[in-house]
Design a protein around this ligand. Structure first.
Ligand code: G1P
Length: 305
């Protein structure tokens, strides 16, 4: 069996990233630019997600795109001419930044011809997995989960309990109807933030929600999920929901756990979320932090003009 550098069996090699959405919340920009390429400070969201997957051990990303969104995968291609130009001009910092995305991992694409839902998007990636890949990760590029590292924790949980492992965040009860929500109980391990999932429901109304623990766009899935995805019917919003396939796996006795993420999470699929993420990242970037912080203070102290 393949192992990681720490000599433990590797839990996944492939990261599936659904990127087929129309990006209506970013219209009119998304008439011309896919939302996955909008920058958080200066780096497209899709690169941040690819970086997170690569750091956690993925060596391949399967982008599930829609017709007309070819530029998302094209972003990961090398630009030799531009590289030589920057090298000739001595712009080595920029050169390094330009080379980052193409070297992170191999990128394949599959096209989701019709927008039938997240579950349908994930199912499109099945044919790209090798026969020996018993699990894979899914990262929703609208979700920026900070600091990164939750995928590594999820891999440790799968190593211990098997099955599938998801990431949860605790959200205010009035927001639960935007998420997949867990019915979960302590897993009796040493870590109080690892829970066993007894059920999962997509976009419940607040009064019916089993908890305030919501799916945060990171999934480590056993490939048994593909059979479950083939069996589900349209659910919330009339779409084929990944949540419903996971709920079906639980009903069949498949172990599903969540890791509760106690850091931050931004929804960069909407303008305000992208703004929050940009402020957050700018304040963590050495080259911007000091000047941006003092500008922000003075801006907040000054009257609106
Ligand atoms: C999707 C999932 C939902 C999850 C959410 C996280 O919903 O279906 O279970 O909680 O992502 O962002 P969407 O935001 O695509 O409606």
């Amino acid at each position: 069996m393949e192992t990681t550098s720490s000599n433990v069996p590797r839990q996944f090699r492939t990261a599936v990233v659904p990127a087929a959405g129309l990006g209506t919340r970013f219209l009119p920009t998304t008439k011309a630019v896919p939302k996955e390429l909008l920058p958080v400070v200066d780096t497209p969201g899709i690169e941040l997600v690819a970086e997170e997957a690569a750091q956690a051990g993925a060596d391949r990303m399967v982008l599930v795109t829609a017709p007309g969104k070819e530029s998302v995968a094209a972003y990961f291609a090398e630009e030799r001419e531009l590289e030589s130009l920057l090298a000739r001009r001595g712009k080595f910092d920029l050169l390094e930044r330009l080379r980052n995305a193409p070297k992170l991992l191999d990128v394949d694409t599959v096209v989701q011809q019709r927008p039938l839902g997240l579950g349908h998007a994930v199912l499109q990636a099945e044919s790209t997995l090798a026969a020996d890949e018993s699990a894979f990760v899914v990262l929703l590029p609208d979700d920026l989960v900070l600091p990164s590292g939750v995928l590594e924790t999820m891999a440790r949980v799968r190593r211990r309990y098997g099955g599938s492992v998801l990431c949860a965040i605790d959200v205010p009860r009035e927001s639960v109807s935007a998420y997949g929500v867990f019915d979960a109980v302590p897993a009796f391990g040493a870590d109080p933030d690892v829970l066993r999932v007894n059920g999962m429901v997509e976009k419940p109304i607040a009064a019916d929600a089993p908890s305030t623990l919501a799916a945060a766009g990171r999934y480590l899935l056993d490939r048994a999920v593909f059979d479950a995805l083939r069996a589900i019917e349209p659910g919330a919003g009339g779409e084929l929901q990944l949540t419903d396939a996971i709920a079906a796996l639980i009903d069949q006795g498949h172990p599903v756990h969540v890791v509760v993420h106690r850091g931050r999470r931004h929804d960069i699929g909407n303008p305000m979320g992208l703004l929050h993420a940009s402020v957050d990242l700018a304040l963590r970037r050495e080259e911007y932090a000091d000047t941006f912080r003092s500008w922000l203070h003075s801006r907040l102290d000054s009257p609106m003009l």
